[in-house]
Every structure is written in structure tokens, then in C-alpha cells.
Design a protein around this ligand. Structure first.
Ligand SMILES: Cc1ncc(COP(=O)(O)O)c(C=O)c1O
Ligand SMILES: N[C@@H](CCOP(=O)(O)O)C(=O)O
Length: 461
């Protein structure tokens, strides 16, 4: 399997190379040159399998150029061993034909653990074999950072720097990033918003002297391995509901577009998905774009679903790549225009996007109302991101079974959940002392030189 850049000007790589490389050297994102297919029989054969066996069968064609079967199976087993639920991704029914896929039973209580725990294992195997060390720099609006720190803490071959927007993540998210005491992990509270953090990470990748000097690697969904690991739960849940005989739709609380794009890949592989619904909060650039209004950046407005407070949605570039018929030059042109504020989508590409995705928006009041209503109706306490998904799903769903992705545990956002439901969501016992642990964090400006200098000096010490 070869991996190619969405901008068409970077070298083709193997899975392992793409995983360790992060951003392509032309500024694009890696995607598989061809998407492996699963037949109806292959999908039917997933019925009743464990999450781990499903993961192996779905992902193996994407990675088999880089790992032995034994290595890959070992990585999968270790990745999911610490999840707090035997099913890994259990499903609960909210209403007739509406299901909630709980993706928050991993070590940091968000869906990010599904990919990050696996990538942590894959990096260890690959780096050991190569005898290399890397510096991971990641941007987070709250959940990617904690998941990355948890997956890579204590490893000799990896230094991790996580940039998060100061004052714009929940207290639980912040403490998950600032309380681990391992000397290889570093939380940086950046004066800016998530888009500033993500832009600086991409700037670092595009600064080849810095990139090559520190051996930069990325674990944001820039990294296709992140997206790949998230494809698995689309298969796992759809098969549990009767696929391939029965079509299923998904609604996905969306910010950086990685999770919904994993659904797109699942559909391209052959999973009978009817609709993929993008659910946004008040930062609704994706909903506006998918409604035909072009992709134009505004100011990010802080919300009660802070992990989705994003304007420049990284993986939308991958969606555009397919919508523009895999035309790297067209994508590069759009990304240039985005640098100037935004772009309009061509008619043909708009049609392709509309065929692939539906969308909806959920306001702050609607988010609170949905948490309250669901607590009363089903007893399920939703996190504000999952509530955005449930509200939009309820607006669009029809007779096809709808799965809404519950992307984080309510205990990560206790203030909003308590305000809406009157109930305080407790942290799981293993995190009960999170508020008592000492924090370690560096407050830092958002300019590239300051950040690069800090990272260089920290590594050198
Ligand atoms: C809890 C939660 N929900 C939803 C999202 C949006 O996911 P994506 O960025 O893959 O669109 C995020 C952040 O990525 C998140 O942390
Ligand atoms: N919501 C994310 C933002 C980063 O997304 P990623 O999927 O590209 O890592 C977060 O919680 O950090």
C-alpha cells in the first residue's frame, strides 16, 4: 500500500513512513493511494467478533507493508487492554432506531484513545526497529493532547509537546495534560485559540530545518494512522446492527473532520452507510460550507463543547481531495485561498460533498436542552459534544438506523453537564485524585520562533 499527498507534490510513502512523517512535505495530508475493499462476505464475517479481531481485519490491508501480522496483532491487543469496558465501544439505544456509540471508555475518556493507544504501540515497534527517536508536537482543543500524553508518557524514544489554547479547555482536560510527571511529556498553554496551535504545528512541519533537526512527528489527525484506527468502530457498530444486510447512518460531532472522515473511508471500503452527518456546534464553518456557503474563516467563539471550537478543520482537506477527483493541484490552490480567508467550492465538488455528507448545527441552548432531555428520556448522561450529535441526529434521522458517536465522557465537562441536567458526573475511580495532583505547564506565546526555541532547548536539556 502506498500513501500519497492531497497536494500531489510529496513523495509516496509506505504506511510506516507516512505514520512517522506526519504532514507531507508539500504541506498536504497523506491518504492511501487506493482504498482497500471489503466484500459483503468479509463484512458479514465480522459478526460476533471481538473489537480487537475486527480491528485487525479492517486495518490489516492498510498496514501489512510495514508490520508483521504478529507485531500488528500484539499492538492491537496492548492498545485496548486498559479500556474500561469489555466491548471497548458499547452501544446503547436512545430511542427506536437511534443508538449511541460510547467511545469514551479508554484511559482518557474520549474517542481519541481508540487511535492514540494504538499509535503509541505502533510507534514503539517502528522506532525500536529503526533505532530512532522522535519529537512529537501536537495541537489540541483538549482531548487529543491528553490522549497523546497518556499514550506516549515514559517512552525513551519519544519527546511529546502538546500545545493547547490557554483558558479554553475544561479543567479535567487541562489536568489530564498537566499532571503526568513523566519527563518526556510537556504541556504548553498557548496564548491563542486552537486554530493558532494547529497552525503553529503545521508551520513547524513546513520549517524543514526545524522539522529535520528535532525529527518532528505528528499524532494529530494529520497522521493517517489516527483516521485509520477510527474506521474500525464504524464497522464494529454497523455489523452489530445488522450490516451488511442493513444500512446504517452515522452522526458525528465534528471539529477537525478526522472522525467523520474515518466514516467516509469505511463507506468507501464497502460498509453500507446511508448517510454521514456532520454535527457542528456554534462554530459552524463546516455546516455552512456543506450548505453551499463556501468555506470562510470567522472568529472562533468559545463554547460548552470546547473540543469542537475549530475554524480551520484539518481533515476537510482530505474530503476536498476526493470531492475534487483527487486533484492535488486544485486542493493546493484552495489551501492557498484559505490562507487569505477562505474559498468557494466548485459546483462539481459541492455535489460530491453533498453526496458524501449531510450536516447540521447545534446552538449552546440546544446543547444544554439536549443533555437535559436525554437524561430524562433515556437516563444517558451526554457530554456536550455528544449532545451536539444527538440533537442533529434527531433532526435528520429517518427510518434508517442512526448511530450517534458519543465522543467524550460527561465527567470531562462537569460544569456544562451539571448546569443542564442537575447531575454531577463523577470521574471514574482511577482518576479520583486528578484534582489533587500537582500541575506542570509552561505558559507560552503563539509565535513560531518562541515555540521552536522552547522545544529545541527542552530537548537539549
Ligand atoms: C469530544 C470531542 N468530540 C468531537 C470532536 C471532533 O472530532 P474531529 O476533530 O475528529 O472532527 C473532538 C475533537 O476532535 C472531541 O474531542
Ligand atoms: N478536538 C481535537 C482537536 C485536534 O484534533 P485531531 O483529531 O486533529 O487531533 C482535540 O481534542 O484536541
Amino acid at each position: 500500500m502506498k500513501y500519497i499527498s492531497t497536494r500531489g507534490q510529496a513523495p509516496e510513502l509506505t504506511f510506516e513512513e507516512a505514520m512517522l512523517t506526519g504532514l507531507a512535505r508539500d504541506g498536504g495530508l497523506y491518504v492511501p493511494a487506493e482504498i482497500p475493499q471489503m466484500s459483503k462476505g468479509d463484512i458479514a464475517a465480522l459478526a460476533g467478533l471481538s473489537y480487537e479481531e475486527t480491528a485487525f481485519r479492517v486495518m490489516w490491508p492498510f498496514v501489512s507493508d510495514s508490520f508483521t501480522e504478529e507485531e500488528f496483532r500484539g499492538c492491537i491487543t496492548r492498545a485496548y487492554a486498559d479500556f474500561g469496558h469489555a466491548a471497548r465501544a458499547p452501544m446503547v439505544q436512545l430511542a427506536p432506531n437511534h443508538f449511541l456509540l460510547e467511545l469514551f471508555h479508554g484511559p482518557t475518556l474520549a474517542f481519541k484513545d481508540f487511535a492514540m493507544q494504538l499509535i503509541g504501540q505502533l510507534f514503539q515497534v517502528a522506532l525500536k526497529r529503526r533505532g530512532e527517536t522522535v519529537t512529537i508536537v501536537g495541537a489540541t482543543s483538549g482531548d487529543t493532547g491528553s490522549a497523546a500524553i497518556e499514550a506516549f508518557r515514559g517512552l525513551d524514544a519519544v519527546n511529546v509537546f502538546i500545545l493547547y489554547p490557554h483558558g479554553r479547555v475544561s479543567e479535567v482536560q487541562r489536568r489530564q495534560m498537566t499532571t503526568p510527571d513523566d519527563s518526556n511529556v510537556h504541556a504548553l498553554a498557548v496564548d491563542g485559540d486552537f486554530d493558532d496551535c494547529q497552525a503553529r504545528v503545521k508551520d513547524m512541519f513546513n520549517d524543514f530545518e526545524f522539522r529535520d533537526g528535532v525529527k518532528l512527528a505528528g499524532v494529530n489527525s494529520i497522521n493517517f494512522a489516527r483516521v485509520l484506527a477510527q474506521v474500525v468502530y464504524y464497522f464494529y457498530s454497523a455489523v452489530a446492527l445488522g450490516a451488511p444486510e442493513r444500512e446504517v447512518s452515522f452522526t458525528v460531532p465534528t471539529g477537525n473532520f478526522g472522525d467523520i472522515f474515518a466514516g467516509f473511508i469505511a463507506k468507501q471500503m464497502g460498509l453500507p452507510i446511508d448517510r454521514l452527518v456532520v454535527a457542528t456546534n456554534q462554530n459552524d464553518i463546516l455546516h455552512r460550507c456543506l450548505s453551499g456557503q463556501g468555506y470562510f474563516k470567522g472568529d472562533t467563539i468559545p463554547s460548552i463543547s470546547p473540543s469542537m471550537d475549530i475554524q480551520v478543520s484539518s481533515n476537510f482537506e482530505r474530503a476536498l481531495f476526493y470531492a475534487y477527483g483527487r486533484d492535488g493541484a486544485a486542493v493546493a490552490q484552495l489551501m492557498d485561498e484559505l490562507g487569505q480567508g477562505g474559498f468557494n467550492v466548485s459546483q462539481g465538488a459541492m455535489q460530491a460533498l453533498s453526496e458524501a455528507y449531510d450536516s447540521g448545527r447545534c446552538s449552546e441552548d440546544e446543547t444544554l436542552a439536549t443533555i437535559k432531555a436525554q437524561t430524562a428520556a433515556s437516563g444517558e448522561l451526554l457530554c456536550p459534544h455528544s449532545a451536539v450529535g444527538v440533537k442533529v441526529a434527531d433532526e435528520v434521522r429517518n427510518t434508517t438506523a442512526m448511530v450517534t458517536l458519543a465522543t467524550a465522557h460527561p465527567a470531562k465537562f462537569p460544569a456544562a453537564v451539571e448546569k443542564a441536567s442537575g447531575m454531577h458526573p463523577p470521574l471514574p475511580p482511577r482518576m479520583a485524585d486528578l484534582y489533587d495532583r500537582p500541575e506542570r505547564v509552561t505558559r507560552i506565546g503563539s509565535d513560531l520562533a518562541t515555540l521552536e526555541d522552547h522545544i529545541r532547548k527542552t530537548i537539549a536539556n
